[in-house]
Write a protein that binds this ligand. Structure first.
Ligand SMILES: [Zn+2]
Ligand SMILES: [Zn+2]
Length: 675
């Protein structure tokens, strides 16, 4: 078929409507371009190098494909690999690439959803009667590489709802049909590359050729839409990189992460366990793990005491009415554990999903004046939240966990100071545990839609400004996210990078105007009238369980001396010296040093190797000479032989070392306050 294009008339038409648009860049500079210019052309106009590296574009806050033309003035940000938005487009395009390969290898395969995730991407697929196993992944990767070599363009197209439905009905893909039926007409787009077309909002890379290094990681089961009652699909995880070297480094990091898996180390070091008899997602702390956790709690308690916190305690359950008052029941009730009922009165109780309502009642029990504020109530409060069994993971996703929780009840003018103080506490903890890389996110209101937030405009303004200023004052690098605040107040979240460069979200500081309202909390002001306090929720660790999991993976189980469950292990070189070994142990124990004796009838070399694996910081080897001179032969983890010293000298050194570690923060604080 031959198309006759009325070339001339079309061009003159175009010329008539041709005009210019203004593009504003992040640095504030403005350039003019012809209407219909694409972000890729903009990148080309800036530099050929940028055009090579750019992956997607932000256009007035929305993410665009590089090939999507712009028809009006806009602010444009060009995203590269270094930007999360760039990676997102890259990995999302990689999910499509994998789907294209799967369709080639498994004709008739149906597709659920295939998003980019924090690291890589996945696609949930229904291969019908075929089964996709780990062994099949290399073959799929191979096919993906073949498609990459074709450098297929990825093309976006608008489609009406009716046409989209028809198309996927013809393909018999009930999953896509279900998704489309929930979309509004006029908002539906398709993306096509080669023979593969997917329902998708985008954005995508301009072509598949940019995906240089491919690795499919594993296969798992996943219920369609996370609903246990619906069909289980096959989820395939993968990751891709623009350079082979980056993939190699990533795979190496994964190997290392496997070795550091807190579930593995937790078992080796006898820290915690799970029992099917107790129930999934309910960790049991073994004596060594309990020791470690209590040390952490004690450390935090001491710091909190310094900062004016008061410890409180509350029960593990609460009347359902309490959570109706707090609003938690309306919001989470349907997805949490069912209420417990009393046999006689038929009263309903809930497992405590959070400590805040209890602390509100504690605040209310005593009248407060403006002079008493802030009131800072702290509790290591255990809470219970339902998680689907498939979502449970070691200590990081559990059904019962203990928050290092505290609620600060303060006046609106005290928010900034309280934020600064909580930040001090968090910095002390990060320093003591050697987390050197951390950043924060400030979550503020949406810039436009402000009806959904409760609390006065004035109070929000004040709180938002207070958080930003507190971060500036403390020199904390923070990104601001608009629209991420909870409806009841702005917040600050902390992210740490562990030794493998992985990011973990830990503590949160959250302003709350809602609960004081719902619980009718009050204080008497200087004017002798009643006022509402502001409530701040804060948990520097988040939960003890999750934090300890992160700590295990960060340190690979080599905890700092002050925290580690066993600080010293004594190795008698033969059974003849067991008695002296126990004598040494008793003396160290008196000095509050945590000590074990390895009195197994094993060769000393074997004992040393085994205890290295247990990551005990100090090994003391005792034999004839040591016994005669009241000495010990010291080996330090990672350093080896440190010679022989008097037992009393060794005890003094260890105590000094621990003391310096747990008290360093006090010296740091005096230093900063003296500045
Ligand atoms: Zn897509
Ligand atoms: Zn709270």
């Amino acid at each position: 078929m031959v198309f006759v294009v009325p070339l001339f008339s079309k061009m003159s038409d175009q010329k008539l409507i041709m005009n210019m648009i203004k593009i504003t860049f992040p640095d504030g500079s403005i350039r003019e371009y012809e209407v219909g210019t694409t972000p890729m052309q903009i990148a080309e106009s800036i530099s050929p190098r940028l055009a090579k590296e750019v992956l997607a574009a932000g256009v007035d806050g929305e993410i665009f494909d590089l090939q999507r033309p712009l028809f009006s003035d806009a602010s444009v940000k060009l995203y590269k690999w270094e930007d999360p938005e760039g990676k997102y487009a890259y990995w999302h395009s990689s999910a499509h690439l994998m789907a294209e390969a799967l369709e080639e290898l498994y004709p008739g395969i149906k597709f659920g959803i295939g998003p980019a995730i924090e690291q890589g991407f996945y696609y949930d697929v229904d291969p019908g009667t075929a089964i996709i196993k780990e062994e099949d992944l290399p073959r799929i990767e191979e096919c993906m590489r073949r498609l990459v070599a074709k450098e297929e363009p990825i093309v976006r197209r608008d489609i009406s709802k009716a046409d989209a439905l028809r198309m996927f009905q013809e393909k018999n893909d009930e999953y896509k049909v279900e998704l489309i039926s929930e979309l509004a007409d006029g908002t539906i787009t398709l993306y096509t590359q080669g023979n593969f077309t997917d329902l998708c909002r985008g954005p995508h890379l301009p072509n598949t050729g940019l995906i240089k290094a491919v690795k499919l990681l594993n296969v798992a089961g996943a219920y369609w839409r996370g609903d246990e009652k619906r069909k289980q699909l096959t989820r395939i995880y993968g990751i891709t990189f623009p350079k082979k070297k980056m993939l190699d480094e990533y795979l190496q990091m994964l190997e290392e992460a496997k070795k550091r898996d807190h579930r593995k180390i937790g078992k080796e070091l006898e820290l915690f366990t799970f029992s099917q008899n107790v129930g999934a997602g309910l960790p049991l702390w073994l004596p060594r793990g309990t020791q470690l956790r209590l040390k952490l709690e004690d450390f935090l308690k001491r710091i909190q005491k310094h900062f004016g916190y008061q410890q409180v305690m509350s029960p593990h359950i609460g009347n359902k009415k309490l959570y109706v008052t707090s609003g938690h029941y309306a919001k989470y009730g349907a997805d949490s554990f069912r209420p417990i009922t009393t046999p006689q009165e038929g009263e309903e109780f809930m497992l405590k999903p959070m400590n805040c309502p209890h602390h509100c009642e504690i605040y209310k029990a005593i009248p407060h004046s403006y002079r008493d504020l802030p009131v800072r109530l702290a509790e290591f409060g255990t809470v219970y939240r339902y998680e689907q069994s498939g979502e449970l993971h070691g200590l990081t996703r559990v059904r019962g966990f203990t928050q290092d929780d505290a609620h600060l009840f303060c006046r609106p003018d005290q928010i900034k100071e309280e934020f600064c103080k909580v930040m001090d506490i968090i910095f002390i903890i990060f320093k003591a545990l050697d987390f050197k890389n951390f950043e924060a996110q400030i979550s503020l209101r949406d810039k436009v839609n402000r009806e959904k937030y409760i609390g006065s405009e004035e109070n929000w303004e004040k709180a938002e400004r207070a958080i930003i200023e507190a971060c500036q004052e403390k020199g904390l690098p923070a990104v601001i996210e608009y629209g991420e605040a909870a409806f009841y107040g702005p917040k600050l979240d902390f992210m740490v990078k562990d030794a493998l460069g992985r990011k973990w979200q830990l503590g949160t500081i959250q302003v709350d105007y809602n609960l004081p309202e719902r619980f009718e909390l009050e204080y008497t002001g200087e004017d002798n009238r009643k006022h509402r306090p502001v409530m701040i929720h804060r948990a520097p660790f988040g939960s003890m369980e999750r934090f300890i999991a992160v700590l295990i993976e960060h340190t690979a189980g080599k905890f700092p001396l002050w925290l580690t469950p066993d600080q010293v292990v004594i190795l008698p070189i033969s059974e003849r010296f067991n008695e002296y070994a126990y004598k040494v142990a008793r003396q160290l124990n008196e000095a509050d040093i945590r000590v074990q004796v390895d009195d197994r009838n094993e060769k000393i070399g074997r004992k040393i190797r085994d205890n290295e694996l247990k990551r005990v910081p100090y090994m003391l080897i005792v034999g004839e000479q040591e016994e005669q001179n009241e000495e010990v032969s010291v080996r330090k983890q990672g350093e080896g032989d440190r010679g022989t010293v008097k037992l009393t000298t060794f005890a003094g050194q260890i105590c000094g070392e621990v003391d310096a570690m747990v008290n360093a923060w006090q010296a740091d604080l005096t230093e900063t306050s003296a500045e």
